[in-house]
Design a protein around this ligand. Structure first.
Ligand code: GDG
Length: 489
């Protein structure tokens, strides 16, 4: 990140890194949103300062910001500015709930929920993207800031910024998967989205597989020159470099981990809170309450496990944190209701006096509570049906400095390409997932230790600063190249 000294960094995302609210006594409350993007990007902003532009979604009060809609976010190595953009209800409905989350989210996850594309949502998406791009231009203090554009809500921002700031270095990171060209082709505005993204200097995805899908999609729908070998797309004289940058988490430093409760104390606290017996085994899942995360498949696997291995009855508790998300959308309501009904059925089938196998905690938890759960767990279960990366599995690994606990991980999460010592499963295969759960909660301590130690080495090394660092080194290279070419012209 020392690369950035002297350069202005502007990050732009839909989601804000913190939510301001008012408590019952009128005091200001600060909450962290449940978001993989924020988990990963905030440490980078704290290390390099700059300005983060985001939608003031959760912030009840506009009087907490200055005249430019900005607040200083303290912490980390440096403070940074957060500039909020306030969207009207109409704008939020069309741009965020509509086009981004009923259209692009299911489109890119190919998750068996049909994408919905409405012209009015598309118009709102374009208009709101323009507002974000205008805010970037307004914040720029030079002709060539470094602009970090985050995610599928803002696909048009790169070209919009490029138009006004042709010298800017624009790094766009797409946090969700990129589907194959046929799937992406469903979108009526596929060409406009691709052209918008190609305003970027560098376009990042989590995996090579997503990069390849993107190159093939451009090949299919645009007139562009594609150098597959170097992963460069040229449209006219404009070049975009497409590369994989697997995202990660900030590895906890010693001060942070020293403040954690002991593993035994965490277990005790979780057992006491959920009324579990002394010898209970605990498996956990932590997700936004989203249909892509495979929560139904996971509970089906728990049910199958209890059928196959009745020795776990009365002893194994599966605890699922499902934090509220996008609850305004019917698809999410329906899904969340189905999960609740399934949990009730499994608990009615296998529960007994004073014990139930599944604990669904459908509310937002604070960070300390998640750490406690991760540390209390014999197993952490991630069964996404499709996931760009998935950070929960990396957080679990980071929380286990005792080198115990087993990770069960979906092969459809980007993380499965890095975390080979996890028990990798196909979540659609209920037998395989149930068997992996059984193996996880009965694994010998030496085997747990061997796997966890190796996972920890991997996540500690390939942490979020490596992610950001690699992108910024590449940005530096492209910046230099553009400057040299401009001089030669
Ligand atoms: C997208 C991509 C990619 C969850 N519940 C609570 C809470 N969380 C936190 C977790 C974790 C984050 O939310 C979820 O991150 P994921 O990576 O699992 O998933 P998405 O939000 O879908 O993120 C994903 C990511 O972007 C980064 O590129 O990995 O593939 O879909 O940090 O701990 N946090 C708190 N309370 C909760 O109740 N505080």
């Amino acid at each position: 990140l020392t690369q950035l000294r002297g350069d202005q960094v502007i990050c732009v995302s839909n989601r804000e890194p913190l939510i301001h609210d008012r408590g019952a006594d009128g005091g200001v409350l600060v909450k962290r949103p449940a978001s993989g993007l924020v988990t990963a990007v905030e440490p980078v902003m704290q290390a390099c300062s700059g300005t983060w532009i985001a939608h003031g979604s959760g912030s009840a009060d506009r009087d907490m910001v200055d005249a430019d809609d900005r607040v200083v976010v303290p912490g980390g190595q440096q403070d940074y500015w957060l500039r909020r953009i306030w969207l009207t209800e109409e704008e939020e409905k069309g741009y965020y709930y509509g086009f981004a989350n009923e259209g692009l989210w299911p489109l890119c996850h190919v998750a068996h929920v049909r994408p919905v594309f409405r012209r009015s949502d598309w118009e709102a998406y374009k208009a709101v993207n323009q507002r974000f791009a205008d805010a970037v231009v307004a914040e720029a203090r030079s002709e060539d800031p470094i602009v970090l554009v985050q995610d599928y809500h803002l696909a048009l921002v790169p070209a919009m910024v490029r138009e006004k700031l042709p010298q800017a270095t624009i790094l766009t990171f797409w946090h969700i998967p990129w589907p194959n060209p046929e799937s992406f082709g469903i979108c009526p505005w596929r060409r406009e989205l691709l052209r918008g993204m190609l305003g970027s200097t560098i376009l990042g995805f989590h995996t090579r597989f997503h990069c390849r899908n993107f190159l093939e999609t451009v090949d299919r729908y645009l007139e562009a020159r594609i150098e597959h070998e170097h992963s460069i797309i040229s449209v006219g004289r404009k070049e975009t470099y497409v590369e994989s940058y697997p995202i990660s988490i900030a590895w906890p430093d010693e001060t942070e981990s020293a403040a954690w409760p002991a593993v035994a104390a965490s277990r005790e606290a979780v057992r006491a809170r959920l009324g579990l017996p002394e010898d209970a085994r605990i498996a956990v899942g932590v997700d936004r309450f989203d249909y892509t995360k495979g929560i139904i498949e996971r509970i089906n696997a728990v049910e199958r496990l209890l059928e196959k291995h009745p020795e776990h009855l009365g002893r194994l508790a599966f605890v699922q944190v499902a934090s509220p998300t996008r609850s305004e959308l019917d698809e999410y309501h329906g899904f969340q209701d189905r999960v609740k009904a399934l949990v009730a059925r499994v608990n009615a089938r296998f529960g007994r006096e004073g014990w139930q196998p599944v604990h669904l905690l459908a509310e937002h938890h604070d960070h300390a509570q998640l750490i406690e759960l991760y540390r209390a767990a014999d197993a952490c279960v991630v069964t996404s049906l499709h996931d760009g990366m998935n950070l929960v599995c990396k957080e679990f690994v980071a929380a286990r400095d005792d080198e115990r606990g087993v990770l069960v991980l979906s092969r459809f999460a980007g993380a499965a390409r890095e975390l080979h010592e996890a028990l990798i499963v196909n979540p659609y295969d209920v037998e395989e997932t149930a068997d992996a759960l059984h193996r996880a909660v009965t694994m010998s301590e030496p085997e747990q230790r061997e796997r966890m130690a190796s996972l920890r080495t991997n996540v500690a090394e390939f942490n979020v600063f490596r992610w950001a660092g690699r992108m910024l080194v590449d940005a530096g290279r492209w910046r230099l190249r553009a400057r040299v070419e401009a001089r030669l012209r």
